[in-house]
Design a protein around this ligand. Structure first.
Ligand code: NAD
Ligand code: LMR
Length: 328
């Protein structure tokens, strides 16, 4: 087992997601016994709050937490990091669409992309949770030309987990009985959670459910609009579940997905499944040793084609909007 600590940066560390994420990372949910060192980035006014969070981390006496550094300068905090979890961004409030966040949050990711490009470790992996996650990842990737594009991903694991949970409830299966779930496209209301390739105890999920009405009018909108439903109910956006999904995604990326399964990750498109090359779009992927591969050869029927095209068209619009803003 490697005993060198993995240096993990978390941005927006004093925020809601950070408050759950840091404790999950430090307690071993990411790497088990392998020590980690936390590098926590915040804006200056939030550093005092972050100091309080660090006191709490200290007070947990986590055996595998090898050190914590905090600060507001990306160049210092990202120095030598192996994993960067970019969470810090302004979240959506009630009634806002993700598009409203493009300019507010885009600028954060140009600066952080540049900083990662100059100081991160050669093996760095970058996971973007802050919204609009896919396009923020595109901005960071474009501003980090020396880091291979494959090292960037945006979080659609929360949507993936939500879809598994909804399907488990519908079929009475355990979540562990469900495999090969896929989220296609954008982490937004246009995303397409796909049951045509998912399996429940080895049986095709769409055939098992055999209810196109439920699939179209219940399952897909429930998963795609879950973020908004949580904002409506809690008054603020999902935090613990987002942190949990951030850990799930990073762990599978670094340690590998299960043999008989795949996961959803938004990664740079190579044109697979007709998704325009260069967009950061969610795909079914398998992961191994810190690398991912898009699952190939899935049949896409007309219904799925329409849904994937709609979500990737939205991604292309977001890309064009940030290009217009000079962010990429
Ligand atoms: P929050 O407002 O509680 O925390 C965000 C933190 O980011 C704040 O502490 C803020 O000071 C910090 N921040 C702002 N600019 C920064 C910068 N330039 N550098 C470092 N830190 C900075 O928000 P939250 O609830 O923790 O959510 C964070 C982001 O995650 C939001 O964009 C939210 O929409 C998104 N989110 C994504 C998913 C997903 O599945 N992809 C799910 C839930 C939330
Ligand atoms: C979510 O999916 O819960 C987050 O992305 C929050 C949001 O804005 O929907």
């Amino acid at each position: 087992m490697t005993t060198t600590p993995l240096k993990v940066a978390v941005t927006g560390a004093a925020g809601q997601i950070g408050y759950s994420l840091l404790f999950r990372l430090a307690s071993g949910s990411l790497l088990g016994d392998r020590p980690i060192e936390l590098r926590l980035l915040e804006i200056e006014p939030a550093l005092k709050t972050l100091e309080g969070v660090v006191m709490e981390l200290d007070d947990c006496a986590f055996p595998h937490l090898a050190g914590i550094e905090i600060g507001h300068e990306a160049d210092k905090i990202f120095d030598g990091v192996n994993l960067a979890l970019l969470v810090g961004a302004r979240p959506r409030g009630p009634g806002m669409e993700r598009g409203d966040l493009l300019s507010a949050n885009g600028a954060i990711f140009t600066a952080q992309g540049k900083a990662l490009n100059s100081v991160a470790a050669d093996d760095v992996r970058i996971g973007v949770t802050g919204n609009p996650a896919n396009t923020n990842a595109l901005i960071a990737m474009t501003n980090a030309p020396d880091i291979p594009k494959e090292r960037f991903s945006a979080l659609t694991r929360l949507d993936h987990n939500r879809a598994i949970s909804q399907l488990a409830a519908k079929t009475g299966a355990a979540v562990t009985d469900i495999k090969k779930m896929t989220i296609w496209g954008n982490h937004s209301a246009t995303q397409y959670p796909d049951l045509f390739h998912a399996e429940v105890k080895g049986k095709n999920a769409a055939e098992l459910v055999n209810d196109q009405g439920w699939l179209e009018n219940d399952f897909i909108p429930t998963v795609a609009k879950r973020g908004a439903a949580i904002i409506e109910a809690r008054g603020s956006s999902s935090a613990a579940s987002a942190a949990s999904a951030t850990v799930d995604a990073a762990r599978d990326w670094l340690l590998g997905s299960a043999k008989d399964d795949w996961v959803s990750m938004a990664v740079v498109s190579d044109g697979s499944y007709g998704v325009p090359e260069g967009l950061i779009s969610s795909f079914p992927v398998t992961t191994k040793d810190g690398d991912w591969e898009i699952v190939q050869g899935l049949e896409i029927d007309d219904f799925s084609r329409g849904k994937i095209d709609a979500s990737t068209a939205e991604l292309a619009e977001e890309r064009d909007a940030v290009k217009e803003l000079g962010l990429i």
